[in-house]
Design a protein around this ligand. Structure first.
Ligand code: GUN
Ligand code: FE
Length: 454
């Protein structure tokens, strides 16, 4: 009899803290029937050889080949699943125009469940193939199609947190794309929450309903208040866009004479289970309010460069105790890969620190202390995302889920430049962070189940 469902042997990279990685060289990872890492065994431990003797040769033993490594699966904290259909287009216009000319017409098509199925099947598979094992999704205003997205996540084995989007203000939203009225928006949200909580019971990895006011400009006060009450009643996650662009930020100031953070808080929408996307224009009291309420930030560095012309001060916000993870913001961000967002998070932070106004002397440019390292950006995409969602995900260590990607640095069509067999593992980690593409991601596992391989 085998004590564990699965035994994996190989080298893993995972965050020890937000600044440091832990490298476990040639360890054994023992996975139980619930898909959790029950035991991590070092080569020098007494049990190592006996475990190997027991499992080697059986179907539940997996040894990585030379040049392969385990990374935690990525946690994408901000994805608009329907917008996958327009990824890569229309990024040269401002947010408000982009929403009205491209995005709302596209999202309105998700009343058609056949169309929704095509797009949602592909976006979930694409994210898995890019190493994203957990995703926090905006769907559309349509209850049925939103539920379909949750079902697709459930069936494909991804840990999906899904929101039916609320846009209940008839003054602000186009007639062809909005909730029928506030009452219907709240009733649909409640039915959606109940249906997803029921669906979750038949999954191993979990799927979760998310209360999702699109952003303050698309909702009435009554709608926002009702959503805060539903989040409390069903103890759900909450997501929205917060202080994203000058336009959206200014709109909320005009309406309430407050920043988004305090306005959302007034409606009960800042909770320990809240994740707010973008947050480009937070003032320090907003940051403190996030820390007090346990609200996390989805940092979307690619999207922010386009729609907000902005870089959020990740290092400063983190130092104030706010949880932060990474978001692709498909399709405000063009890439489905959190590797791309890790890279952009580092690049953007360097631009913030060093400034770009070369007419100033070097010491007067930029904001000192802003840069983050590749290790910190990796943390955001993995453990930071897990902490933001208060789930035991994003790390390869005991009592975390077995959510991993197997990276093959020797992939024949795209070998990474590793010429010394004994190259320092810290250097190999950095090459992986900067150079990996989807073809290097050989396998993806969620909660102990293989969900992708190539
Ligand atoms: N603000 C309101 N809706 C959206 C959206 O779909 N994408 C982005 N990036 N910002 C938004
Ligand atoms: Fe967004």
């Amino acid at each position: 009899m085998y004590k564990y469902m699965q035994l994996f042997q190989g080298t893993s990279f995972s965050s020890k803290s937000s600044k440091e990685i832990q490298i476990l060289k040639n360890y054994l990872f023992c996975i139980n029937a619930d898909g959790m890492i029950e035991q991590v065994v070092a080569p020098e431990d007494a049990e190592y050889q006996s475990l190997l003797d027991t499992y080697q040769g059986s179907d539940n033993f997996h040894r990585l080949e030379e040049g392969q490594y385990f990374l935690p699966g990525f946690v994408d904290l901000h994805v608009h699943a329907p917008q996958w259909a327009q990824s890569g287009t229309a990024l040269d216009i401002p947010l408000y125009d982009w929403l009205n000319t491209y995005t709302f017409p596209l999202e309105s098509k998700f009343s058609d469940l056949d169309f929704a199925k095509k797009v949602y099947d592909e976006v979930v598979s694409t994210l898995l193939a890019n190493g994203t094992t957990t995703a926090l999704y905006f769907a559309t205003v349509h209850k049925e199609a939103s539920l379909l997205l949750a079902e697709i996540c459930a069936n494909k084995g991804q840990r999906g947190l899904v929101g039916k989007v609320v846009m209940d203000d008839p003054e602000q939203n186009p007639e062809y794309y909005r909730d029928a009225d506030t009452k219907a928006a709240l009733a649909d949200t409640e039915e959606f929450i109940i249906a997803v909580q029921e669906l979750a019971k038949s999954t191993k990895q979990g799927v979760y309903p998310v209360v999702t006011p699109r952003f303050i400009p698309s909702c009435t006060d009554e709608g926002l208040k009702g959503l805060g009450e539903l989040a409390a009643k069903y103890d759900t996650y909450v997501q929205s866009h917060c202080s994203e662009s000058d336009w959206a930020h200014g709109y909320v100031q005009d309406r309430y004479n407050k920043n988004d953070a305090f306005a959302l808080h007034d409606f009960g929408l800042l909770r320990d289970k809240s994740v707010m996307a973008h947050c480009n224009f937070l003032d320090d009291p907003d940051v403190d309010l996030f820390a007090q309420t346990g609200t996390a930030i989805a940092h979307c560095p690619v999207s922010n460069a386009y729609f907000a012309n902005s870089v959020i001060p990740v290092a400063h916000i983190h130092s104030k105790g706010v949880e932060i993870g990474l978001g692709s913001d498909i399709s405000g961000g063009f890439s489905p890969s959190l590797f791309d967002n890790i890279r952009q998070a580092v690049i953007s932070s360097r631009m913030l620190e060093d400034g770009v106004n070369t007419s100033l002397p070097a010491e007067e440019r930029g904001v000192p202390g802003s840069r983050i390292t590749i290790h910190e950006a990796f943390y955001l995409a993995t453990a930071g995302g897990g902490e933001s969602l208060s789930l035991p995900i994003g790390r390869i260590q005991e009592n975390y889920t077995w959510d991993v990607q197997v990276i093959d640095t020797k992939c024949p069509s795209a070998k990474l430049p590793i010429f010394d067999e004994n190259e320092d593992l810290q250097d190999i980690f950095q090459k992986i962070m900067y150079l990996v593409r989807p073809e290097h991601i050989r396998e993806v596992w969620v909660q102990g189940e293989k969900v992708h391989s190539r």
